[in-house]
Design a protein around this ligand. Sequence first.
Ligand SMILES: [Zn+2]
Ligand SMILES: [Zn+2]
Length: 269
Amino acid sequence: MMPAGTAADAAHKAAYSVGGKTYGIAFDVHTHTRYSHGKGSIEDNVKAALALGLERIGISDHGPAHIGFGVSRRKLAAMRCEVDALKKAYPDIEIQLGVEANIMGGGSALDIHPDDLGLLDYVLAGYHYGAVGKKPLASMWRSFENFVTPQGSGTRGLAAKNTRDVVRALRSNNVYALTHPGDKSPVDLKEIAAVCTETGTLVELNTSHRSLAPADIMDMAAYGVSFIIGSDAHVPHRVGDFRSAVDLIIEAGLEPSRVVNLKIIEQDE
Ligand SMILES: [Zn+2]
Ligand SMILES: [Zn+2]
């Protein structure tokens, strides 16, 4: 048997056979590093992606409003330099710098300063507890409300407020993908799907947290959205992890072609 971490091991992780089809993932733009609270370096994630044969890898650490591990403007500039150097060292893969911006209340509803957008190749947006904006008490109160409210019960007022923030974030920014919608906060997924279609924002199927039930996926799909699989890897060996998303789309009955980074490598006749 080959020891873990070899090329053969990576090739095995790169393909997943189920229901007469073999699936693969083309790229992964939702990965974290030590710049926020991941365990590996940018280069570690690049190497992991190369071993899987990915055509593109994106680094998307947490936006600056996150207490404790949000990336400052200074860190973003350092990350840009590091990514540009790695692009020269690893020409066989496209390496991009992004951010997982925090969805906040008020303003543009994201914690990325417009002046910093020039450092980035793309922006992901997601809701997280503990992101504190210009109105710290309001941010902390919302985190508390979302934390203590069981999803799906008595959440209509709160869901309306959360949904309004997501919609504002999508309409005021160029958001490539919405990460783990509905995770950690109740929202109106149908309204969000309609706005994602309007703004051309991809809806993430996150393989670290399962935020969407099969029925949610089909409800959102009915609005014409496209989906993207994100590993949300916080350790290099999880980069490109896509299998649970394949199981989920099969369970939901979603056509694989609706997922922009899912490949069908082989199919039984
Ligand atoms: Zn997240
Ligand atoms: Zn993440």
